[in-house]
Design a protein around this ligand. Structure first.
Ligand code: G3H
Ligand code: ZN
Length: 287
């Protein structure tokens, strides 16, 4: 059964580790992430962007697939199905479809509007026993059409949003979606520290988890990050393994063109990447 991400992230914050959110795109992706979580006895969050939701034909399909898979794979670790960078309308659709968690990304609105919309969603989400993530500041780069300027969050605004009754907070601290550029200045731990001091027990979320050096990940966890989002890194692993298979001509040998064979190296590569991240985040054995 899907669970809200509230409890798993409170536990993570108290235990000084982080739970990974891994974005899913299709059946293979979902199966790979669930396999890694179950094998490592780790809680996990399946992230679905609005673009990926559309790609999978809609949120109801996603809920049906994930619920069916969890039952038939005998998944016993805590799993949350979470809308990633949702619009207000997207959030309502996911509540109706049966997600267990949503992120409302109101970071591009003036703070007053972000507060007003987040507040409305807090009420709706509570009625359904779901969890809610909100965002302040912006994550740089682009993810599925969501483009951010990369502005560090104002800690006072973070407190304002945290006090509305949300369950976890994403704050821009110099993190970027996609690959980090050579001249990236790193995460702003000064900002993160100020945010954590003002928001107390609130689990903090680090987006743009692809390519952040290990020492920065560990320091971010020390400063209150309890959820880390990873998307691009799984896509890169999948693409590299699939390319290797095709370039080696494996798709031309025997029944190598069978989609179940063709997609396997990529799926195995996702499992390996997710496991590596779970080890780094410290969530292994925490289910
Ligand atoms: O919301 C999802 C993420 O923040 C993932 O970022 O693609 O840089 O790993 P990433
Ligand atoms: Zn993100």
């Amino acid at each position: 059964m899907l669970v809200s991400a509230k409890e798993m992230l409170q536990k993570a914050k108290a235990g000084h580790y982080a739970v990974g959110q891994f974005n899913i795109n299709n059946l293979e992706w979902t199966k790979a992430v669930l396999t890694a979580a179950q094998e490592l006895n780790s809680p996990v969050i399946l992230g679905v962007s609005e673009g990926a939701g559309k790609y999978m034909t809609g949120y109801k399909t996603v809920v049906g697939m994930v619920n069916g898979m969890m039952e038939e794979m005998n998944i016993t670790v805590p799993v949350a199905l979470h809308l990633d960078h949702g619009s207000y309308e997207g959030c309502l659709k996911c509540v109706e479809a049966g997600f267990s968690s949503i992120m409302f990304d109101g970071s591009h609105y003036p703070i007053e509007e972000n507060v007003a919309k987040t507040k409305e969603l807090v009420g709706i989400v509570k009625e359904h026993g779901m969890s809610l993530e909100a965002e302040v500041g912006s994550i740089g780069g682009e993810e599925d059409g969501v483009i951010g300027k990369g502005e560090c969050a104002d800690p006072a605004e973070c407190k304002m949003i945290a006090d509305l009754g949300i369950d976890f907070l994403a704050a821009g601290i110099g993190n970027i979606h996609g690959k980090y550029p050579e001249n990236w200045e790193g995460l702003s731990f000064e900002t993160l520290d100020a945010i954590q001091k003002l928001t107390g027990d609130m689990p903090l979320v680090l987006h743009g988890g692809t390519g952040i050096p290990e020492d920065m990940i560990k320091k971010a966890i020390d400063l209150g990050v309890a959820k880390i989002n990873v998307n691009t890194e799984c896509q890169l692993s999948f693409a590299a393994a699939t390319r290797k298979y095709i370039e080696a001509g494996k798709d031309l040998e025997g029944k190598g063109f069978d989609p179940r064979k063709l997609l396997k190296p990529g799926a195995d590569a996702i499992i390996a990447t997710v496991k590596e991240k779970m080890e780094l985040f410290g969530s292994v054995g925490k289910a």
